[in-house]
Design a protein around this ligand. Sequence first.
Ligand code: ATP
Length: 490
Amino acid sequence: MSTSTDTPISEPKRWDLEPESEYRFELDPGTSLAIKLVEGQAEVFGFELAEAKVYLFGSECKAAVYTWKGCAIQVTGVPSTEYVSNETPMRIYANLHIALEQMRVRALRQVRGSPVPSQEANARSDPPRVLVVGPEHSGKTTICKILTNYAVRAGQGWTPFLVNVDPGEGGWAAPGTVSVAPVKGPIPTASSANPLGTAATNAPMSLASNTLLPLAYWYGHPQTKRNPLLMDRMTRNLGENMNDRFELDPEGRASGLIVDTPSSYASGPSANDHRHKLINACIDAFKINVIVVVGHEKLNVEMQRSYGANLMVVKIPKSGGVVELDSSYRDRVTNYQLHAYFYGQVIKPPAGITNGSLGGESLTDLVLSPSSTVINFNDIIIYRIGSDAMAPSDALPVGARRTVSEMQPVVVDPASPGSRLLNAVLALLSPQASDESERYDEEVLDLTLVGFLIITNIDITTKKMTVLAPNRGSFTGRTAVVGSFEWQEQ
Ligand SMILES: Nc1ncnc2c1ncn2[C@@H]1O[C@H](COP(=O)(O)OP(=O)(O)OP(=O)(O)O)[C@@H](O)[C@H]1O
């Protein structure tokens, strides 16, 4: 593995891009890249680059600098792959954006009671609520980002909601979550740790200008098939929150929402029950009216058959630039995400670069310092949800029935040898209802996520454990849930 410190200063390389072409690159672990727009217009997945500003990329980022009108860029650093492509589906993505934009305009017109042009008298006035589905490596997340960025750049003051129901990806916080954030400014792409932009954590002293404030629930596992019932519940919880918000803000509702889904929603036999139930949960929860199918004929036919009668199903091609990501890459990205959650976004610029920015933010603004705190076992109540806490069926005595359902929160005792809490990622939840009479069995499933902790040491004799947290604070009386993610400093 080479690092930017042992690579010699590489001469900046100039790339002249023709209109509607893109410069694609992939980075190896430990390397970084600096890109400066020298002239013309350019964007990274819809995020416009400012001329003469140096943008840094790291943590194995794979991306493309696209230009509509032609540009020259200067690239410093040595990517593992770099090339220019003139064949991109960006025109089709832009046309899709224009169609969504027209829906937003009609929706806002209706909210404001503005006159409707006669040629649009029969057009529906629903804001766009888009579900993006597609197989693995089809570029779903990238398309969601491009469509969101084009909406916020339209100059109409839109604040679309970006929803992430792919728990394998992490979105804004860490993997294992399902979340939504209103997006006010374009989302940069700089690192695989923040594919959807940077969220405000508990810790930063100064908030980056395009920081997002997501609402998240903790599912706790990378794969949706592990506990589909729980995924269903979390998806519906997110939807309910959004609908409450939309009721209070009808103008904000006009901006619409875009939902990024996991590839498990698109693969496997069409009779796969859990897949269809989860797609249905999204359609109900977010009142989806447009399904975008990315580059998959069979899935498109299936979606047309299942949903085409009631909502619009649009097929768009996959970009040839999308990179196939293997499971070891995904594991490294999980590590980058958790590291970035606790320590901030630390990217070492390539040799020779001193003035780089990450998505337009200064590097020092994005560095955090977590703290380790020793707490008593009974300071926080830790739960594990359902099946994860259950013994395998064949381990039960003959004739015995399960007593724990998939959705039941089970208290985990840190002192028990099988607690599996060491190095576990804990999701810290918002407080339970203070009024005992309002509490219910599965309340823990409906509490939103406020942050993460890692248990770095457990001392059974003193009944104390050490937790790594983004900031120093008291955890007494707090509720946490453990899933299947672990993390260790490396
Ligand atoms: N045009 C492009 N040029 C270079 N890299 C790209 C391009 N489009 C997407 N990528 C990269 O390819 C990778 C996969 O893309 P993306 O995450 O959007 O796919 P996905 O379908 O959401 O993946 P998953 O299978 O995880 O759901 C990402 O690292 C992304 O930045």
